[in-house]
Design a protein around this ligand. Sequence first.
Ligand code: KIV
Length: 276
Amino acid sequence: MRITINQVREMKQKGEKITMLTAYDYATAKIVDEAGIPLILVGDSLGMVVLGYESTIPVTIEEMLHHTRAVVRGTKQAMIIGDMPFMTYHVSVEDALYNAGRFIQEGSAQAVKLEGGVTVAEKIRRIVECGIPLMGHIGLTPQSINQLGGYKVQGKTPEAAIRLIEDAKALEEAGAFAIVLETVPAQLAALITRSVSIPTIGIGAGIGCDGQVQVINDILGSFTDFIPKHAKQYAKLTDIIRNAVTEYHNEVKAGSFPTEKQSFFVDESVLAELTK
Ligand code: KIV
């Protein structure tokens, strides 16, 4: 049985910290699930850390669904949250509902996430009314990077901070089961966390959130084009992979790989038949 939104809500009530990580493929998702991480986000960060795009904007729903299905296949316990990509929920309520439904029906996700607060509240209300659990995402919303003018800390002026608090309340009121707070001053994130009854999951939003989310490639050190300030590297996979690949390359060149251990053999009598 997978983690439910009720269990996530209860974690906030009990003061139990909530861990969320991204995953994009079967094998990694399996490890994350086995480690007991309750929430796995198939983030549209996929575009940058897996597909090599410059931002999340080019990511399509077909790409997201493809990876969501792989993550679902690799997991048994975690709730899988599909990230709705740019322009899949912007045009109309109908569009938003239809595309959220695709994540559940075709992607087999248990929930969806989308970016925005007050401006998307109506769409969220409709999606939730149709039985689709939804996670909000406010603060630095990467799909609006061209509007925001860069990956900057959000909510630094009193007006911007008030807007973020209103956004969080609008998400709660519309029926979101949790809210991602991205790149928000720690004190403001803590204030928002106290102002809403649903859990806040921070990324670059300090310790006062109900939970934390990170992009898995950032914490594993397997994507190093840029390392966000909010990320801590728990491993340096790029170095480990580079060393392994170089050793393999050298062994093939030197004729020391494969050995008998990695080879298959046929009975000598079969070979004798061939040379008769
Ligand atoms: O796409 C993503 O990985 C995200 C997280 C950073 C929250 O939205």
